[in-house]
Design a protein around this ligand. Structure first.
Ligand code: C5P
Length: 249
């Protein structure tokens, strides 16, 4: 798919709910206000691919956040099925290695050409933000988390992936050391100006993340737990629009 052209197309809402009924209620409430809906491991495991098909059938975009990591053939085939499902963004772990990454790109390109499908963006997860330097060391990685983020983002870029998932505080690091747009950076950990942080420790406001160089912003509870979800999403989209300037709104 094309990179987003309007600020609200950059806003991705995390459907972190237990049931398809709750998820579809949020989709119906937020359609037209946000650009995409994230279906992650919890909701996908509960409801399966039919929920993704239902969201796509409503004309909405889906980021299928399943973070595949396995042998190259298995991950490539999973990416092909995610493409056939109609996902607009699919992600894999960059630590799966060069062969896995290049095989995914090749397989997705091939199925899109053969079956006339829209090409999803393939993004790589670098280092999970739950991992610090000591956790990495325990798994045999002697680099710091920041060094490893840069290394894996470069590997993803060199293998032809379209971008990475990164914490807001890594956006600058990646833009300086790896690539500018169109290489995409999708970032969670977004909290509206003056909002509750909850369990997110390292956060940025929507305007700060846009200014730092984020391509997509993933926002969950500030929208999904708000009494007025649509109003909350509109305020966040407004903060993003203000950061881009009125010409891009
Ligand atoms: O509710 P909240 O805005 O914190 O949701 C953020 C979403 O992004 C959740 O689905 C969460 O799992 C995901 N995420 C995150 N931090 C990461 C990676 C993913 O918050 N480092």
């Amino acid at each position: 798919m094309q990179l987003p052209t309007t600020p609200r197309e950059r806003l991705v809402v995390a459907l972190d709910v237990e049931t398809g009924v709750e998820a579809l209620a949020l989709v119906d409430r937020l359609a037209g206000t946000v650009g995409m809906f994230k279906v992650g491991k919890q909701l996908f495991t509960a409801e399966g691919p039919s929920l993704v098909r239902e969201i796509v059938a409503r004309g909405e975009r889906v980021f299928l956040d399943l973070k595949y990591h396995d042998i190259p053939a298995t991950v490539a085939k999973a990416c092909v099925e995610a493409t056939r499902l109609g996902a607009s963004i699919v992600n894999v772990h960059a630590s799966g290695g060069r062969q896995m990454l290049t095989e995914c790109v090749r397989a997705v390109d091939e199925v899109c050409a053969a079956e006339h499908l829209e090409r999803p963006l393939l993004l790589a997860v670098t280092v999970l933000t739950s991992m610090d330097d000591a956790n990495l060391e325990e798994t045999g990685v002697s680099a710091t988390a920041a060094e490893q983020v840069i290394r894996l983002a470069r590997l993803a870029r060199d293998c032809g992936l379209d971008g990475v998932v990164a914490s807001p505080l890594e956006i600058g690091l990646i833009r300086q050391n790896v690539a500018s747009e169109p290489f995409a950076i999708l970032t969670p950990g977004i909290r509206p100006a003056g909002g509750e942080k909850g369990d997110q420790k390292r956060v940025m406001t929507p305007a700060e993340a846009v200014a730092a160089g984020a391509t997509y912003l993933v926002v969950g509870r500030p929208i999904t737990a708000a009494a007025d979800s649509k109003g909350a999403a509109e305020r966040i989209a407004g903060e993003m629009e203000a950061a881009f300037g009125p010409a891009s709104a």
